[in-house]
Design a protein around this ligand. Structure first.
Ligand code: ACO
Length: 434
């Protein structure tokens, strides 16, 4: 097959035939053009082959933009660095959902709406009795979020914009309560009910850390760090979990079921589970003297060991979130007076990897997870809570992407095709003759 570019279309010609297809080149506001292949099968009788969808734009979106080579991340056009410095998580949530930064009146209405939905139905509380105490909190998140539609049956009316909006509020408001209770249950402490006088981040920290017999002391350093971590994780265009949410949503499934599927996809160590894996890796290395042996193992193709927290499907330069996370890591550890040898180990590992041809030639740089685990550990979170915290923040991005998808006139059920390499058609053979 040869490909010829014209001004606004590419021509794809099948070898040995005079059949060709005109692929219209579509332009977004930013980023490379995309070739529209929607008529490829009807025009040429062929599909495209793209395992992992790395070369495929699965949808049109106005929410998040990434330039992986330049290390750029924009939410609704605003650079992540500016939002991290000047905004708050709840304002970012509004921005992702509605497309613009809110006026003070709009923000007031939004944040009041979120605050008023933070409690869980008391019946949901009883779910926890069915979980083992040592259940991974991601399993609890998947189960509880998936079951929420049982409490809000009207949420299945996905064609009603008001119902969609109410479901989005419920999810953003209740996910910190579910996440904190997943932790409280694992340590056998009483559930703390949300407090509407606290900010989104502080309320979460309160539900995680407070206990009934003691008065709760606010910690502005932790509050700001929590808020920042959530801003950095709020959305990341069509990654594995977001694509899962969209794929589930494309069938018309209710939003709670869709977000539960996103939580399930996020759980894997190649995605949201990476921050947990980074910390495990650092603990296993244990000492700077063991780094060269570990790097050699990573480079050995037969070992299947990866340098966790390094590499990204899209970023082939520094992940901009990793830079902010690295700075925040120093600040938080400094302000909390925490001296963590794992941070020294991470810095040394990063230095060695950034100068090693294996990583340089493959454009493997630290991603957001390389430092987030160290901050979260310093803030007192157990390792198993790292991925749930990510899910909590990403719920905002998922639901914004889901809402955009439902409103998209181009939306159809997601149904990829395949390159079949199995047996050709053959006749059934009786057992005695096999
Ligand atoms: N350590 C060692 N080698 C790596 C790593 C790594 N972390 N990441 C990629 N490579 C190697 C691959 O083995 C491959 O080498 P080869 O060309 O010799 O075969 C090459 O770099 C290209 O990598 P791909 O697998 O094609 O990259 P892909 O885009 O498929 O994977 C991923 C991206 C999954 C993130 C991968 O880099 C990885 O597993 N990293 C570690 C896990 C991690 O940190 N995940 C968090 C991602 S960010 C997030 O989800 C929030």
């Amino acid at each position: 097959m040869d490909k010829v570019n014209n001004a606004d279309h590419a021509t794809l010609t099948l070898p040995g035939s005079n059949r060709s297809a005109q692929l219209k080149l579509l332009s977004g506001t930013l980023g490379p053009q995309v070739a529209d292949i929607r008529k490829l099968q009807s025009d040429l009788g062929i599909f495209t082959f793209d395992p992992g969808y790395g070369e495929t734009a699965s949808c049109e979106s106005k929410i998040t933009y990434i330039d992986g080579d330049a290390g750029v991340l924009l939410y609704r056009g605003y650079p992540i660095e500016q939002l991290a410095e000047k905004s708050t998580f709840l304002e970012v949530a509004y921005l992702l959902m509605y497309g613009e930064l809110p006026t003070s009146a709009e923000f007031e209405t939004f944040s009041t709406g979120i605050t008023r939905h933070t409690m869980l139905h008391e019946q949901i509380r009883r779910f926890w009795e069915g979980f083992r105490r040592d259940a991974h909190p991601m399993a609890v998140l998947c189960g509880v979020v998936g079951a929420m539609s049982a409490f809000y049956p009207e949420s299945v009316n996905i064609n009603d914009p008001r119902e969609r909006e109410i479901s989005a509020y419920r999810l953003i408001a209740k996910i910190p309560t579910i996440t904190a209770w997943a932790y409280k249950y694992s340590v056998g402490q009483p559930f703390m009910y949300p407090r509407n006088d606290l900010s989104y981040a502080e309320n979460f920290l309160y539900m995680m850390n407070a206990v009934p017999p003691e008065s709760y002391r606010k910690n502005p350093i932790l509050e700001r760090a929590m808020d920042l971590i959530m801003i950095l994780h709020a959305d990341h265009e069509q990654n594995a979990s977001t694509s899962t949410v969209r794929l589930a949503g494309s069938t018309g499934a209710n939003p709670f079921a869709c977000i539960a599927s996103g939580i399930a996809a996020l759980w894997g160590p190649a995605h949201g589970g990476a921050n947990e894996a980074v910390l495990k890796m650092l603990e296993e290395i244990g000492d700077k003297s063991k780094i060269p042996a570990f790097i050699a193992e990573v480079k050995d193709k037969n070992s299947h060991t990866k340098l966790m927290g390094f590499g990204h499907r899209v970023y082939k330069n520094f992940d901009p979130r990793a830079k902010i996370m690295q700075r925040t890591c120093y600040e938080v550890l400094g302000e909390l007076g925490v001296k963590d040898p794992l941070l020294d180990l991470a810095i040394e590992l990063e230095k060695i990897a950034l100068n090693d041809d294996y990583f340089v030639s493959r454009k493997l740089y630290p991603n957001v997870d390389f430092y987030s685990g160290i901050i979260l550990k310093a803030m007192g979170f157990p390792t198993t809570m790292f991925t749930p915290l990510f899910a909590m923040a990403r719920t905002t991005g998922w639901i914004s992407q889901w809402m955009e998808m439902i409103e998209d006139p181009l939306q159809r059920i997601g149904r990829p095709r395949q390159l079949y390499t199995g047996a050709p058609q053959r006749d059934y053979v009786e057992m005695a003759a096999r």
